[in-house]
Design a protein around this ligand. Sequence first.
Ligand code: GLC
Length: 555
Amino acid sequence: MRQEEMQHARELGSKVVYQIYIRSFCDSNGDGFGDLRGITSKLDYLAELGVDCVWITPFFPSPQNDNGYDVSDYRAIEPIFGTMDDFEELSREAEKRGMSLMLDMVFNHTSTEHEWFQRALAGDPKYLAYYKFVDAAPDATAENPGEPPTNWESKFGGNAWAYVPSLNKWYLHLFDVTQADLDWDNPEVRAELAGVLRFWRGKGVRAFRFDVVNLISKPATWENDYEGDGRRFYSDGPHIHEYLQELVREGGIDGLMTVGEMSSTSVENCIGYSNPERHELGMTFSFHHLKVDYLNGNKWALQEPDIAQLRDLFATWQEQMAEGGGWNALFWSNHDQPRPNSRFGDTERYWYESSTLLATCTHLMRGTPYIYQGEELGQTITDFTSIEQYRDVESVNYYRILQEGGLSPEEAFEVVHARSRDDGRTPMAWNGRPNAGFTTGEPWLALVGNYDTVNAEAEAADPHSVRSYFKELIRIRKENPIIQCGDIHFLDVGSDVVIAYERTLEDKRVVVQCNFSGVEQPAVASGVEAVLIGNYAERGDAMTLRPWEARATWA
Ligand code: GLC
């Protein structure tokens, strides 16, 4: 490993990031939405867990059509979340506890309520050039706008172009119709966004997450996609690496803790984004491993998770990123994903074992672990029984789209129930009191009924809780250079439901084995058998993995 890569690995590999979905974390004023002061009140909880960096989802002014990922001003605070003073207080208090804040930069698109878009709508040519506007046919009308520039699909359903009658133009929106894609080919746009980074740098922010950032560079010509939804034309687009390098340089963030969310990407591109020699980002989120329960790649069609495929994907991403000097963000969960224990585990029979197995599996890999609020408590997906309980724009759209495609309301509900982004967005369970201590008001989204037992307070007292296990995993990473920057190599134990790998550093070796099933599986004997961590209290047979057993042993 080169010097620079080794340093990068030690630096990022010793850190753990905690993700806060602000509207669901802690409500300080009883309006039913979490807020900045709520986060400040829980910093001791985060410090006790041992996290280094706290990623907070967007809290900038926004009409909230996509819960803040539709930003209307990059340099201010959305009133439902607090004020700039609240932010500064949070920042000081985090710093006192040795934690940094990671801000979420949504730079692929703005809200259509952003001043730039509003000026574009008024016909100002400077701001028309900030977005992807394309002329419509001369005879287009609001009733009959004709064919959109391409047949690409919006990620939230429907065509990705919207027609504006007053301009007789279409604009591109890869997400909601109120999220207009910026034109990164315009140097003025790139300069504005670098200015936003310098603004937050000036406020002491030292970490950034970049939302869907590999979608920013669009192709030079607009073509229909007859094989897919259009993503192959704009994911990891033609100038992506050049634009990221410029943003990092001009924004003054080189060498800071940064992560890019990379949609439908490749290992090669992620090595490019995260190898420190390239001065792009610190690390990348990729999502292939979270599609192993999509039937034929379709999120809205259910299938049992394919663990053999999961193992192969982890092996590819872990081993090849290491070879190319790239760095992975390690995660199962975020505000866009159903809770992983409900999805890949068995929360009925093995709630503790499967919740802790998932954590063991990723936390001991090469990369930087991310914990999504409530994951450290074993929170599960919703127990909602009606579509009225859902708030997410994507879920509501797909409930309709699935029925238009022929599913019955019951069948459509079953799919949405398993796949909704609201599955991971229910409020944080702090204690067993009403609304789990999240709010004294009416929560914006209902809680999951099991918060009487699955909550931070109840789990604090118990040394065998999911929460205590996460704390232990974090401590182990911090104490062991082999976990931070050791090599990784996947092992075949002869079972399709076991994921096993070894970490090595100098003459040391750790073997990690996870049984993704409720029946015993063969294990590899690791030799020394001194247990680093495991989710069964009693020691078992070295050659067998018990149901949902995860263990890491020195070898
Ligand atoms: C990312 C965010 C998601 C949002 C989308 C559009 O995928 O994580 O919540 O809807 O980008 O900004």
